[in-house]
Design a protein around this ligand. Structure first.
Ligand code: ARG
Ligand code: ZN
Length: 413
């Protein structure tokens, strides 16, 4: 009986349940072109006593966006005024909390769904299963491990013929609220196996795609708290849970741009690889790291292609020119689709360095071309909730960038 009640409430919850309420929260916009402002936000921690949740930036307008808790709005305003910082406080777009939808119970998940709506984790898995059945020679599903709550972290191996060809590794959605990244990864899988034009490329380069690296966080973001970013690990004697998995990788872990407080959005975890998701991903990559020549972590938002190092500022790998060159080629390929502009920048030199991120760790393991891509949009009013009618274009653009990287890897290795 209890079980039936539970099931019933979950089903109803899908339809009627409400997101965590963010009334009174604000988006803070500041212009970081002004060196005084830049210095101020880089010392947010010192100025305010806490690090506000960084959402993204609009590099065209030179604006950085932060999510301000309603209880902190007055304090932040006072501090900005005292420091003579020009700013804007915007209301949060109410629309972004209204994108929940009923689970589609009839029929298989097809590419139409990927192109037109955000899927549940179960639907994503259904899609992967049906693709692997449809293309059994090209697509193999590999379980890398389990999330904290026991969901499978699944890698999709494409063009794995047992040979030693170089690998491009793509993973998506380590930050739960960055929904567009999941669709981009699924679109990539479908497109590259279903279109004969990519046969040739797949004959010389293998692709490994992990379309959902943080399934617990994603389900939580879909059903409870739209702004959830972290994993869902629980800690004893703490009112806050979850760690920022992109601060949990074992390279300069815990140094800059992180928090050691469990309630922070950038909590780096108790130790490197404390998050089972990160442990599964690092183990899997290390098993074949000598073959992996390209790595992309898909995030949103901001329309940026970021290259290492990102754990500190003004420090670059010795082959940084190659990273910039291929980064720019990816940006051009994106722009050729519909004139969308992506900025190619070093990940540490912007507003904040951040240590323990996957791109730096991948680079440190010898993976030559390692990037983080911040997908569309660029506009904070939309932010993580890219309208569903724009999903397809972002997928097509990112696909072009990934193809550029694969072609580069094919020609170099
Ligand atoms: N927005 C991403 C994050 O905060 C950027 C990570 C870039 N990479 C880096 N090593 N800092 O996780
Ligand atoms: Zn992110």
């Amino acid at each position: 009986m209890l079980f039936r009640l539970l099931v019933l409430s979950i089903v109803i919850g899908e339809v009627l349940g409400e997101y965590k309420n963010y009334d009174g929260f604000k988006i803070l916009e500041v212009n970081f072109e002004n060196p005084r402002v830049k210095k101020y936000v880089q010392e947010f921690d010192k100025n305010l006593g806490f690090m506000p949740d960084f959402l993204g930036e609009n590099w065209k307008k030179k604006q950085a966006h932060y999510f301000i808790n309603k209880d902190s709005v007055e304090k932040v305003k006072t501090n900005l005024v005292a420091n003579n910082i020009t700013y804007q406080m915007r209301d949060v777009n109410p629309q972004i909390f209204k994108v929940r939808r009923r689970r589609d119970l009839n029929g298989a998940i097809t590419i139409n769904d990927i192109n037109n709506r955000y899927l549940s984790y179960d639907e994503q898995m259904q899609f992967l299963n049906s693709i692997s059945q449809q293309y059994p020679n090209d697509v193999k599903l590999q379980k890398l491990g389990n999330s904290f709550e026991g969901r499978s972290i699944t890698a999709v191996r494409i063009g794995d013929d047992g040979s030693n060809k170089p690998i491009v590794w793509i993973d998506a959605g380590i930050h739960a609220r960055e929904w567009i990244s999941y669709n981009v990864a699924l679109y990539l899988i479908y497109t590259i196996v279903s279109q004969p034009a990519y046969r040739d490329l797949l004959n010389s380069v293998q692709l490994v795609v992990v379309p959902n690296t943080n399934p617990d966080g994603y389900e939580f973001s879909r059903t409870v708290d739209r702004m959830w970013r972290k994993t869902r690990s629980r800690f004893t004697n703490s009112r806050c849970g979850g760690a920022d998995a992109n601060r949990n990788y074992p390279f300069f872990w815990g140094t800059q741009g992180v928090s050691h407080s469990q309630c922070s959005e950038v909590y780096c975890g108790a130790r490197p690889q404390s998050e089972p998701e990160v442990l599964a991903l690092t183990n899997a990559i290390q098993r074949e790291e000598t073959r992996i020549k390209g790595y992309i972590a898909l995030h949103s938002y901001g329309q940026e292609i970021l290259y290492p190092w990102g754990h500190t500022q003004r420090t670059y790998p010795s082959d940084v020119e190659d990273l910039i060159k291929v980064g720019r080629a990816m940006a051009s390929a994106i722009q050729a689709v519909n004139n969308t502009e992506y900025n190619v920048v070093n990940s540490g030199d912007g507003l904040y360095p951040a240590a323990g991120a996957s791109d730096d760790w991948a680079k440190s393991r010898g993976i030559k071309y390692s990037y983080t891509i911040e997908l569309s949009p660029i506009d904070d009013y939309i932010g993580f909730s890219l309208p569903e009618d724009r999903i397809n274009q972002v997928c097509r653009e990112a696909f072009q960038a990934i193809q550029v990287l694969m072609i580069e890897v094919k020609s170099k290795f």
